[in-house]
Design a protein around this ligand. Structure first.
Ligand SMILES: [Zn+2]
Length: 656
């Protein structure tokens, strides 16, 4: 016996007149094949409704599972599935089980044992194209449905879930009065001068639900209604754990939606998974199909005046990212906290001194304590920028100047020159690209202006926003490259003047006065600056250089007395110097133990032969170095104000 099964799907309307079974049995007879009654599977169904029960189909799969059926005959492809998507998955299902398929009307056989059959391959690939096309059609149809809905005030998009809103029983976006009152309060408090932290504290103290809490509660309710098990969230134990945090407040304060401005962008659906992934990786966005941009008074929670006042305050906020770019920080990227390993960030010291920009400080990022992010470092340092910058530059500059003489400056110039010409050619390419985009846009405009209908308007808007986006992006790139090029040019100029002198003191002086060179020294020559807070008064500064050498210095983190400062016209260019001991530890004979806060010396140094080997507490170590006279002095350095800007003389030294 051939183990052949016949499957028929008969619709209720077609019953009686349907020839499927008859034709297939005749086909068997012509081939002298006997098909027993139990191998005929016939489902009568009302229509091709997804998920409709088909008992005979289930029995067919059972028989296949048992090994009683090896081949299935269909009258035609349409009897197997309603769409090419379904057809493809059905065929795959049988192929996976090693079952041969035969479609009578198409006279088509699909045999999994002959995977190289050309006809079969063509059919399958055509089917998969059709399937994708069908999904795309479906996605587009559902997208146009969504667009239609949003035009009539409905449509569930991300903004209809925003805090302060809800979807009402008619499926339209509406104000959630309870939440809207909180939104109004947040705007009012911020406009009145409260910080985002203070606003959080106030809302949390009153146990006002956050947006997450209410949305999760809603989702839980929906799942219960549908008899679904509750969802488990890994990152938090319960929704009650949610508290208001400053970043959420900032997001709310920035949302134009609260003035009733609804802005929704619809993108063309990308069905193909691989293509979607590829676009994501490249950061490309699918084409914009439709942009909904309208101010609706029935969605307004905050009036324009209040919103405007809040925007103005946001711009002035000290933690606003745009503000930090105003300052140049010399060492931030090189400093590590010796206590906790964190990087350093830049802060603002509490006392302003004589108008020196050095009121800015470097501080261990791990010790920053905010209500949403508790500190992890209890003993990290915070030190005035011009003090640490001065010490580091002072300790590095002689070595750097020497190295600068030793290495071939011309070679460095050559490398820079080459990089510069590369950057310049990129810039000219980008500028060409910009012209092309603009020309193309002008041609489009001309073409579209000849058409006089609504779609032309829409296309025009779309083209304009695409043109603007692209120009903006490229211009931004160009300005970045131009900045790069300018930096290269100024470094080349400096290196050229430097190469003309061989006097080291002259060279040190040149470097001191040149901001670009100082930056080059820090970037290329210093590997890391590690800061230990030995005790509240003393910081240990360890500088590691790329050539393997190591220097130590110490900073007294206290107000200096007049007697501790001095002015030496020969050494000091900027008026004030501070005294400190400095050690050349390139032999690595000194080690600092941060737990015990002691310094060990192994006694093997060829430079520091006067010191006995042993372990010293910091106070004792300080005293030895001071007594031996290994004291250096370093000037303050105000990197932010640029080259040749002297630090003003302090009139009230006791204050700091
Ligand atoms: Zn730290």
């Amino acid at each position: 016996m051939e183990k052949i099964g016949i499957y028929c799907r008969v619709s209720t309307q077609m019953q009686g007149t349907d020839r499927q079974k008859f034709d297939l049995l005749q086909h068997a007879e012509e081939r002298k094949i006997k098909i027993p009654q139990c191998n005929i599977f016939e489902d009568v169904i009302s229509g091709f409704i997804a998920g409709e029960e088909r008992p005979q189909y289930s029995r067919l799969l059972d028989e296949i599972e048992k090994g009683n059926i090896k081949e299935v005959w269909y009258h035609e492809l349409t009897r197997m599935a309603r769409s090419s998507v379904e057809l493809l998955s059905e065929i795959q299902k049988f192929r996976d089980r090693g079952i041969k398929l035969y479609f009578h009307k198409q006279n088509l056989t699909i045999d999994p044992n002959k995977p190289n059959d050309i006809g079969q391959q063509i059919l399958l690939s055509v089917l998969s194209v059709c399937a994708e096309y069908e999904i795309e059609l479906f996605a587009e149809r559902s997208l146009s449905g969504k667009i239609q809905k949003i035009k009539t005030g409905g449509g569930v998009t991300a903004d209809s879930h925003a805090y302060g809103y809800m979807v009402d029983k008619d499926g339209k976006m509406a104000i959630n009065e309870e939440e809207a009152a909180v939104v109004k309060r947040i705007f009012q408090m911020y406009a009145d001068g409260y910080s985002t932290f203070k606003i959080c504290d106030a809302l949390n103290a009153e146990s006002i639900s956050t947006s997450y809490t209410t949305r999760l509660a809603r989702s839980k309710e929906r799942r219960e209604r549908k008899d679904l098990p509750p969802k488990i969230y890994k990152n938090f134990a319960s929704v009650d754990d949610f508290k208001w945090i400053p970043s959420v407040i900032t997001k709310i304060l920035n949302k134009k939606l609260y003035c009733g401005h609804r802005h929704v962008v619809f993108h063309k659906p990308v069905v193909n998974k691989e293509k979607r992934k590829e676009m994501q990786e490249k950061g490309e966005k699918p084409d914009v199909v439709y942009t909904y941009d309208l101010t609706l008074d029935y969605l307004r929670i905050v009036d324009d005046d209040l919103f405007q006042r809040v925007q103005e305050r946001l711009l002035q906020a000290p933690y606003n990212k745009n503000n930090t770019t105003k300052h140049d920080n010399l060492l931030t990227h090189k400093i590590r906290c010796g206590e906790c390993g964190s990087n350093f960030s830049v802060g603002k010291g509490s006392i302003a001194i004589g108008g020196i920009s050095g009121e800015r400080t470097y501080r261990c990022y791990g010790r920053i304590n905010r209500s949403d992010k508790p500190a992890i470092c209890t003993s990290g340092a915070e030190v005035r920028q011009w003090r640490l910058d001065g010490l580091v530059v002072h300790l590095s500059i002689t070595q750097f100047a020497k190295q600068n003489i030793e290495t071939n400056i011309n070679q460095q110039v050559e490398i820079r020159q080459k990089q510069l010409s590369e950057i310049e050619s990129i810039i000219s390419d980008k500028e060409k690209q910009l012209t092309e985009i603009h020309d193309k846009y002008k041609r489009q405009l001309k073409r579209l202006s000849l058409l006089e209908d609504e779609t032309a308007d829409e296309v025009l808007r779309e083209e304009k926003s695409r043109h603007d986006d692209e120009t903006y992006r490229i211009n931004k790139e160009i300005s970045k490259y131009k900045k790069d090029a300018a930096e290269h040019r100024s470094r080349i100029a400096v290196l050229n003047t430097l190469s003309k002198q061989v006097n080291i003191y002259q060279r040190i002086d040149d470097i001191w006065r040149n901001k670009t060179l100082i930056k080059a020294m820090v970037d290329d020559f210093i590997e890391r600056v590690t800061l230990y807070k030995v005790e509240s008064k003393w910081y240990l500064v360890v500088i590691n250089y790329v050539n393997g050498s190591e220097f130590w210095g110490t900073i007294k983190n206290a107000r200096y007395k007049n007697s501790e400062m001095f002015y030496d016209e020969l050494l000091c260019k900027h008026g004030i110097e501070l005294q400190t001991w400095v050690i050349n530890n390139e032999e690595k004979c000194f080690t600092y133990n941060k737990e015990a806060k002691t310094v060990s010396y192994n006694g093997k140094s060829e430079i520091y032969t006067d010191i006995d080997a042993g372990e010293y507490d910091y106070e004792a170590f300080n005293k030895i170095l001071t007594d031996k006279g290994w004291i250096g002095s370093y000037p303050l350095y105000d990197f932010d104000n640029g080259e040749d800007t002297p630090i003003p003389e302090l009139t009230e030294p006791d204050r700091w």
